[in-house]
Design a protein around this ligand. Structure first.
Ligand code: NDP
Ligand code: 8X3
Length: 250
């Protein structure tokens, strides 16, 4: 597949699994994240399968975002697919007990970071009237659950931006899709619970949680439909999950 994909949050979880699957299918990769060692490992491993370049930046920092993207060598600057995946929950507290730094992190990363990256890449798509943006939302962008408040707000914003992008980019022939997973077993809960791995494990125990590879498969399916087909919005649960809060645990 002679295409170039730009994946944010490629150092872990859904982004990493997507990078691996894309590499197996010879999609050229621009992989982003903050953790340099992980980016280097990925470049070494996936570089055996496809062309890979890595960009280390924090999506919260707009100077870093624009300078990293503007520094792409010419042979990587023609981006066909943007996977807006970087994001996390920080904390799980009631609105009255929430930590303001956690709120800032979620809104800055999940919403503003996605906007900065999109703003830097969209002109590369509008100028050729072609491109594909896949936004990774969440069931938290469709429902609000107890103590999810600001994370849910950030993912509701992603849901709105996904729709807004599709509307505004419609005249540029650009496909825009969102995938909204339920529980996926990644480092997500380690981050949410600030490194409390025991607590994080309980989120995925007693049922078969989705794996990052399940979401990567879906992303690959979405981006490989014929160009006239746009899968605009998908919610994906583990079979054991019925809503954001109803989980059939043994
Ligand atoms: P992980 O914690 O495994 O991965 C998160 C990725 O985002 C990492 O690669 C991390 O890279 C990157 N990231 C986080 N903060 C920043 C930042 N400030 N700047 C740049 N990159 C950043 O979680 P998932 O794979 O599960 O999460 C991926 C997406 O899926 C997120 O948007 C999440 O909200 C969403 N999601 C996850 C679900 C789940 O249950 N796991 C369910 C629904 C949606 P690094 O730390 O190297 O910067
Ligand atoms: C991650 C899924 O249910 O923890 O977006 O919000 S949930």
């Amino acid at each position: 597949m002679n295409q170039t994909a730009f994946i944010t949050g490629a150092t872990s979880g859904i982004g990493k699994a997507t990078a691996e699957l894309f590499a197996e299918n010879q999609i050229r990769l621009i992989l982003c994240g903050r953790r340099k060692e992980r980016l280097e490992e990925l470049q070494k491993k996936l570089g055996k399968l496809t062309d890979v370049i890595t960009l280390q930046f924090d999506v919260r920092n707009k100077e870093e975002v624009f300078s990293a993207i503007n520094s792409l060598p010419k042979n990587f600057s023609d981006i066909d697919i943007l996977i807006n995946n970087a994001g996390n929950a920080h904390g799980l507290s009631s609105i009255q007990d929430g930590d303001i730094d956690d709120w800032d992190a979620m809104l800055d990363i999940n919403v503003k970071g996605l906007l900065y990256v999109s703003k830097a890449i969209i002109p590369k798509m509008t100028e050729k009237n072609r491109g594909f943006i896949v936004n990774i939302g969440s069931i938290a962008g469709k429902e609000v659950y107890p103590n999810g408040n600001v994370y849910c707000a950030s993912k509701h914003a992603v849901n709105a931006l996904n729709k807004a992008m599709r509307i505004d980019l419609n005249k540029h022939n650009i496909r825009v899709s969102a995938i909204h997973p339920g529980a996926v077993e990644t480092e997500f809960s380690d981050v949410r619970f600030k490194g409390d791995t025991e607590k994080a494990k309980t989120v995925y125990s007693g049922y078969n949680a989705l794996q990052a590879e399940d979401i990567a498969d879906i992303i690959y399916f979405v981006i490989t439909r014929p160009y006239h087909v746009n899968i605009e919005d998908l919610v994906v649960y583990p079979t054991a999950q019925a809503t954001a809060t109803i989980m059939n645990k043994s």
